[in-house]
Design a protein around this ligand. Structure first.
Ligand code: SF4
Ligand code: ZN
Length: 308
C-alpha cells in the first residue's frame, strides 16, 4: 500500500502526474483549497467588500468553484448567475440540480431563461449559417448575458470556472492559428476596460479539469450527469482530448508548463499590445468594437427567422 506523500499515514488515493505526488483524499482536498487560495491571492482577484458574481452552469467546474469560494471566504458577498440556454433536456437538468445546491449554500441565485426572456434558444441557431459553430455562438451569447447581468446587478467581479485544461486548449489553438489578439486576452484576471464591462476572474485557472472533478466528487457535490447534445464536433473538446491523451502522456507537466511559461515569458509583451477601441452598440448600448455588438448581430438574425 502506498502512503500519502503529505500526511505519510493514510493510503494514497490520488496520483498527481505533473508533480508525481500521491495524496490521500483529505490531503488532496486541503491541497486543492490551498492552491485556489494562492491563485486568488497571487493575482489579487478578490478585494474585501466586493460583490462577486459566479457563473454557474451545473457542471463540475463551476460547482467546485462556488463551493470552494464559499468555504474560503464565508462572509464574501457571492451571487450565483445561471443561464438556461433552452437546450432540450440538458438545460432543465442543469437548472434543477443547481437550484437546490445553491440554496443549500445559502447563496442568492439569478436565473436567466433565454427562451422565456428573449424568445429563442441555442437550438434556433442550428438551422442558420452558424449551425456548424454552435459552441462559438453559444459562447458569445453566454459572455454577453453574463456581463450584462453582472453589470445590471452592480457586481464588481465575475468569476468563471475556467480550468487549466480550458486555458491550455485556447493557448494551443492561438499558437496553431497565429491568433495573437486572442492570445493577448488570456489572463487569470481580465480588468474592466469600459464602465459597462465587469472584470472577470478565473480562480480555478491553475486546477486541472480532473482536479475539479475529484474535488466535486469527493465532496459529493451535485453536478450534471448529462453532456450537452450540441457538443458533437466541438473543436475545444477534440483538442483537449489530443492534449490529454497524446501530449500529456509523454510530457506530464505540459499543461502547467505551457500556461506558466505563457504568463511569465509571453504575456508581459502584451502590456503594450494595442487595445481595440470600444464603442457602445447602437441597439443595446453594451460595449462593442463595432457599431453593432456580436450579440445583437446574431440574435436579430435569429429573431427574424423565428418571425418568418
Ligand atoms: Fe453551449 Fe456548446 Fe457548451 Fe452546449 S457544448 S452548452 S452548445 S458551448
Ligand atoms: Zn448590442
Amino acid at each position: 500500500m502506498r502512503l500519502c506523500h503529505a500526511c505519510l499515514s493514510k493510503p494514497a488515493e490520488i496520483f498527481l502526474d505533473y508533480s508525481q505526488r500521491r495524496l490521500c483524499i483529505d490531503c488532496f482536498l486541503k491541497y486543492y483549497e490551498k492552491k485556489v487560495k494562492q491563485t486568488i491571492d497571487k493575482y489579487r482577484m478578490i478585494k474585501v467588500g466586493e460583490k462577486i458574481g459566479v457563473a454557474v452552469s451545473g457542471g463540475k467546474d463551476s460547482t467546485a468553484l462556488i463551493y470552494v469560494l464559499k468555504k474560503l471566504y464565508p462572509s464574501l458577498n457571492l451571487v450565483g448567475i445561471h443561464l438556461n440556454l433552452g437546450i432540450k433536456e440538458y438545460s432543465n437538468h442543469c437548472n434543477e440540480i443547481l437550484r437546490e445546491f445553491i440554496k443549500k449554500l445559502n447563496i442568492p441565485l439569478i436565473e436567466f431563461n433565454l427562451l422565456k426572456q428573449l424568445g429563442f434558444s441555442i437550438h434556433d441557431f442550428e438551422g442558420t449559417e452558424h449551425g456548424k459553430k454552435i459552441c462559438s455562438i453559444c459562447g458569445t451569447i453566454k459572455r454577453y448575458l453574463l456581463n450584462k447581468i453582472a453589470y445590471e446587478e452592480r457586481i464588481n467581479k465575475l468569476a468563471t470556472g475556467h480550468n487549466l485544461d480550458d486555458i491550455v486548449e485556447v493557448i494551443f489553438n492561438c499558437y496553431l492559428q497565429g491568433d495573437v489578439t486572442q492570445l493577448s486576452r488570456i489572463s487569470p484576471i481580465t480588468p474592466a476596460n469600459h464602465p459597462k464591462l465587469v472584470a472577470r476572474i478565473k480562480p480555478l485557472c491553475m486546477m486541472t479539469e480532473m482536479e475539479n472533478l475529484l474535488y466535486a466528487s469527493y465532496l459529493e457535490l451535485p453536478f450534471r450527469s448529462l453532456s450537452c447534445p450540441l457538443s458533437k464536433g466541438n473543436r475545444s473538446l477534440k483538442q483537449k482530448r489530443l492534449i490529454n491523451e497524446k501530449i500529456v502522456q509523454e510530457i506530464p507537466t505540459f499543461k502547467h508548463m505551457l500556461f506558466k511559461s505563457y504568463l511569465k515569458r509571453i504575456a508581459p509583451y502584451f502590456k503594450t499590445y494595442p487595445n481595440v477601441e470600444i464603442f457602445e452598440c447602437k441597439y443595446c448600448g453594451m460595449p462593442t468594437s463595432k457599431d453593432v455588438c456580436a450579440f445583437c448581430r446574431l440574435t436579430q438574425r435569429v429573431k427574424k427567422l423565428i418571425v418568418e
